[in-house]
Design a protein around this ligand. Structure first.
Ligand SMILES: Nc1ncnc2c1ncn2[C@@H]1O[C@H](COP(=O)(O)OP(=O)(O)OP(=O)(O)O)[C@@H](O)[C@H]1O
Length: 348
C-alpha cells in the first residue's frame, strides 16, 4: 500500500543524510510505528511520504503507483496528516477546520456538513455541542480528536501521524490511544505513526520499525517479536529492561495452558479440591470455600498482564478464567504462569 524504495534525504548544507536508503513496506490497513531516538529521521520520513519535502533520491509508491512525481497537493488529499501540535486554525470553528479539505475539493455545503457531523461522531465528540466552537474552547485531547477528524475528512486511504498523542497528559493519552484503536478497527486505514515512546509503539503498532541514525531500519517486525528477539545491541538497548513485562500485555490469558476447573451450583454440594460456585446461568460467582476472600476472575481475552495485576492485588495464586459470558473455562495458577508466560529472549 505504501512502499518506500531506497529513499534518501539530505538537507542542503548538511554533512549527513537525514534519511539514507530507506526501504519500507506498509500493508493495507496496518499501523506501522516508526520508533527511534531523537533526530534519527522519523519526521523527515513522514514528510517524505506526503511530499512536504522532496526526496534526494529513491521512490515512493502509494497503492502501487509511483507518487514521486505526482502533484503534491493531489497526493496530500489521499494521505491524512496528524501532527502533535494539532495545527487547528484558531479563528475557524471546529466544523470549518474539519471541512477544510472537502471545501478545497469543491464539495457542496450540505455534503460537507453531513461529513463533519459524521466525523465528530466517529471521534467521540457530540456534533451539536462542538461543531460551532473554536479550538481554544476545547481541551488538548479534544483538539487532538478534531485533528484526527480533519485528517480523515476526505476519507483518504492512508494516514500519517507524527507524535499524535505526544503533548497530552498520560491518562488522557491512554484514553485517546484506546479510542484511536477502536476507530482504526472501524476504518482500517493504512497508518504510519511516529513516536519515541516504546509503550505507545507496542500498544498501537501492528508492526514497529526501529530506526537508527539516518533512519536506517534496525529491525522491522511485530511488537512481540521485537521484544522477544531484538535483532542487535542497538535494538536491545533501545528496548531496555522490562521487555518480559511488556510482552505480558500482548498475550491473552486464553493463549496460556489453563488448568481444569470444577464448578458447583449448590454451595452445599460436596466436592474434592477447589471448586467454583456458579449461578443459574453457569456464570462464575466465587471460589466455593472462600466466601469472605475476593476471588480473582479474569476473562480469557484479557491480557496476561492484567491477570498478573489482579492476582498480585488479591494476593491469590490462582485465578478463575471465564469466557465472555462469565462462565468458567479453566484456572490459571501462578506457577503455570511463571512457567508458560512468553518471555523476552525466548523463541516461541
Ligand atoms: N529543515 C532541516 N534542515 C536541516 N536539517 C534538518 C531539517 N529538518 C531536520 N533536519 C535534521 O535531520 C535529522 C532528522 O530530523 P527529524 O526531525 O526527521 O528527526 P526525528 O527522528 O523526527 O527527531 P525527533 O524525535 O527529535 O522529532 C536531524 O539531524 C535534524 O537535525
Amino acid at each position: 500500500m505504501i512502499r518506500l524504495d531506497g529513499v534518501s534525504k539530505r538537507y542542503p548544507g548538511q554533512a549527513k543524510a537525514a534519511v539514507s536508503e530507506l526501504s519500507l513496506d506498509v500493508r493495507d490497513g496496518e499501523i506501522v510505528v516508526l520508533l527511534g531516538p531523537s533526530g534519527c529521521g522519523k519526521t523527515t520520513t513522514l514528510r517524505l511520504i506526503n511530499r512536504l519535502i522532496e526526496p534526494t533520491s529513491g521512490r515512493i509508491f502509494l497503492d502501487g503507483e509511483d507518487v514521486t512525481r505526482v502533484d503534491p497537493d493531489q497526493l496530500r488529499r489521499r494521505i491524512g496528516y496528524v501532527i502533535q501540535q494539532v495545527g487547528l486554525f484558531p479563528h475557524m470553528t471546529i466544523a470549518d477546520n474539519i471541512g477544510l479539505i472537502p471545501r478545497t475539493l469543491g464539495w457542496d455545503k450540505k455534503r460537507i456538513r453531513t461529513r463533519v457531523d459524521e466525523l465528530l461522531e466517529l471521534v467521540g465528540l457530540d456534533p451539536a455541542a462542538y461543531r460551532r466552537r473554536y479550538p481554544k474552547e476545547l481541551s488538548g485531547g479534544q483538539q487532538q480528536r478534531v485533528g484526527v477528524a480533519r485528517a480523515l475528512a476526505a476519507d483518504p486511504p492512508a494516514m500519517l501521524m507524527d507524535e499524535p498523542f505526544g503533548a497530552i497528559d498520560p491518562i488522557t493519552r491512554e484514553r485517546l490511544q484506546d479510542a484511536f484503536l477502536d476507530l482504526q478497527a472501524q476504518i482500517r486505514k493504512t497508518i504510519v505513526l511516529v513516536t519515541h515512546d516504546l509503550t505507545e509503539a507496542v500498544k498501537l503498532g501492528d508492526r514497529i520499525a526501529i530506526l537508527g541514525e539516518e533512519a536506517r531500519v534496525r529491525q522491522y517486525d511485530t511488537p512481540s517479536a521485537i521484544l522477544a528477539e531484538p535483532a542487535d545491541e542497538f535494538v536491545a538497548s533501545f528496548i531496555g529492561s522490562g521487555a518480559a513485562i511488556r510482552r505480558l500485555r500482548l498475550e491473552t490469558v486464553g493463549a496460556l495452558p489453563l488448568g481444569p476447573v470444577e464448578v458447583v451450583r449448590d454451595p452445599a454440594d460436596p466436592v474434592p479440591g477447589r471448586a467454583v460456585l456458579v449461578d443459574g446461568d453457569g456464570r462464575a460467582l466465587r471460589w466455593l470455600e472462600s466466601s469472605e476472600r475476593a476471588t480473582v476472575v479474569v476473562r480469557a481475552d484479557q491480557s496476561v498482564y492484567e491477570a498478573v495485576d489482579a492476582m498480585l492485588r488479591a494476593r491469590d495464586e490462582e485465578a478463575v478464567v471465564v469466557d465472555e459470558d462469565g462462565r468458567p473455562v479453566g484456572t490459571l495458577s501462578w506457577s503455570a504462569l511463571i512457567r508458560e508466560a512468553p518471555l523476552a529472549g525466548e523463541a516461541r
